[in-house]
Design a binder for this molecule. Structure first.
Ligand code: DX5
Ligand code: ZN
Length: 217
């Protein structure tokens, strides 16, 4: 089953509550929250307070993508804010294994993300301890960028790693960056089962149809 996680990075920042309320009637599965600190990535967006403010606007899964340095520092705040999934970048944490366990100990699902240049081997020993792997198909920091096909190939490698460890039913494989109707087909074929899409949804003239097409319906 393919899940769609629209990123609010491409929504109207002056009306984020309403932008999030639209996602359930549009048929989305997750709300993808792109948290950026201006240190790990060259942009600043929002943090736990904004996440908490948006929590009452949707009962969909809150999928927080922490593009931040020292992610462990922020995990309790995102729990308090009502996040359901917290994904950290493997490049941002010397003790990612411990941070994933911290996320889980607080009752949230733990995700680990890889930037385009990071090899799948970087997460090989984290797969048992996580619930989601996020493959970036753009260099993180901005919405509306061009999809990087080389990075998408990692989806197939990680899908195989999950199958060989018997984790393919428990660990979700998410793709993020430049996903649109064309690139979504490739990502589904590579084995992704959660597709993040910002621009392809919020800039679409028909977001509900866009979500349907991203799912391959
Ligand atoms: C980029 C973010 C992505 C991005 C996706 O740093 O992690 O979630 O916003 O947006 P689109 O789908 O517009 O590339
Ligand atoms: Zn993201």
């Amino acid at each position: 089953m393919i899940k769609i996680a629209p990123s609010i990075l491409s929504a109207d920042y002056a009306a984020l509550g309403s932008a999030v309320e639209l996602l359930r009637p549009w048929g989305a599965d997750y709300v993808h929250l792109d948290v950026m600190d201006g240190a790990f990535v060259p942009n600043i967006t929002f943090g736990a307070p904004m996440t908490k403010a948006l929590r009452t606007h949707s009962d969909l899964v809150f999928d927080a993508h922490l593009m931040v340095a020292e992610p462990a520092k922020w995990v309790p705040a995102f729990k308090e804010a009502g996040a359901d999934i917290v994904t950290i970048h493997v490049e941002a944490d010397r003790h990612a294994h411990r941070t994933l366990a911290l996320i889980r100990s607080l009752g949230m699902k733990a995700g680990v993300a890889l930037n385009p240049q990071t090899p799948p081997s970087a997460v090989e020993y984290l797969l048992e301890g996580c619930d989601l792997v996020l493959v970036m198909t753009v260099n993180p920091g901005f919405g509306g960028q061009k999809f990087i096909p080389e990075a998408a190939k990692k989806l197939a490698v990680i899908r195989e790693m999950l199958i060989s460890k018997g984790l393919e039913d428990r660990v979700e494989l998410e793709v993020d960056g430049g996903v649109n109707v064309e690139t979504a087909k490739l990502c589904r074929e590579y084995g992704a089962n959660v597709l993040v899409a910002g621009n392809a949804v919020y800039s679409s003239p028909d977001p509900k149809e866009a979500i349907r097409l991203l799912r391959g319906e």
